[in-house]
Design a protein around this ligand. Structure first.
Ligand code: NAD
Length: 292
């Protein structure tokens, strides 16, 4: 039997825990509420949806958020100016620049310009490097969400073979590093596969844990996994069917359900965990902020 890994339910539990911590360490001590800044460039519909859901999550939990929404054709210089304002604003504990950015913007330059102490997405090389070296750092929210799902469902990672599909900086690469760290919630043997990996099923069939972050609906089928595998579906693609649209994961749910031991559904799996982990990182930034 396959058990669903319910990200919605876990996110509710974690929301309550964060609210309690805010009550204890911030409200009761008469400190300022944590404040998340978001910079969004343009009107890409997926980015707008993600940003709105992050703002909603701040409201749900009762922390502050500010959105700077710049027009699509804003220059790199204009974006850097807004980043400097956020870096220098003592009332902003942490902030993110919603990715992906337009082609005329150098994303590396943008990420490098964020103060690592406020980099709640964990994409700055200082945080990414520290994470890779088992040091305390902001960890990218999706990867942290996946680890938290595995932890809360008491799924053993140590000694297991994990196959990650996709090597993006925001999902595939950080989760492959985290799963292999010499750490609690690590010690897995990790194979990182990507678009240049021939015969991916050769690897997935050997995997105890599969984490797929490709963005291709139905990519991972039941034939590609061994019985009892744990399947984490990060993919989210909007698929249109007539006038209706649906969110689809990378996993061909019907053929994998029944063969896997655990699976994250889409929607309701990794997505809600990503949003709540961003809030967790913002709380961490606020508690570290010397200006409070
Ligand atoms: P990306 O486009 O940056 O990376 C996709 C990766 O897939 C690349 O590394 C590429 O090498 C790999 N890939 C492409 N085709 C492949 C193939 N045929 N075989 C093997 N690997 C292949 O995407 P991303 O930003 O990492 O996002 C991936 C998916 O995850 C998207 O659907 C995105 O919407 C979703 N996502 C979900 C969450 C969440 O919270 N659930 C968060 C971030 C991203």
């Amino acid at each position: 039997m396959t058990q669903l890994l319910n990200g919605n339910k876990l996110a509710i539990d974690i929301r309550k825990e964060i609210s309690k911590e805010i009550e204890k360490n911030i409200r009761n001590k008469k400190k300022r509420l944590p404040h998340l800044g978001i910079i969004l460039l343009g009107t890409n519909s997926s980015s707008l949806t993600y940003v709105n859901s992050k703002i909603q999550e701040c409201k749900n939990i009762g922390i502050e958020s500010s959105l700077i929404h710049l027009p699509n054709d804003s220059s790199e210089r204009e974006l850097l100016k807004e980043i400097q304002k956020m870096n220098n604003n003592p009332l902003i504990d942490g902030f993110i620049v919603q990715l992906p950015l337009q082609k005329h913007i150098n994303s590396d330059k943008i990420i490098m310009s964020i103060n690592p102490k406020k980099d709640v997405d964990g994409f700055h090389p200082e945080n990414f490097g520290k994470m890779s070296l088992d040091m305390k750092a902001f960890v990218p929210a999706t990867a942290l969400g996946i680890l938290t799902i595995l932890d809360r469902y008491k799924i053993e990672i140590s000694g297991k073979h994990t196959v990650v599909i996709g090597r993006s900086r925001i999902v595939g690469r950080p989760i492959s590093i985290l799963m292999s760290r010499k750490n609690y919630l690590g010690n897995s043997t990790v194979t990182l596969t990507h678009s240049h990996t021939p015969n991916i099923d050769y690897y997935t069939k050997q995997a105890d844990i599969i984490i797929t972050a490709v963005g291709c609906p139905g990519f991972l089928t039941g034939k590609m996994i061994k019985k009892g595998a744990i399947v984490i579906d990060v993919g989210i693609t909007i698929v249109k069917d007539g006038k209706k649209s649906f969110l689809k994961g990378d996993v061909d749910f019907n053929s994998v359900y029944g063969k896997a031991s655990y699976i994250t559904p889409v929607p309701g799996g990794v997505g809600p965990m990503t949003r709540i982990m961003l809030i967790k990182n913002t709380l961490m930034a606020a508690l570290n902020n010397e200006n409070k």
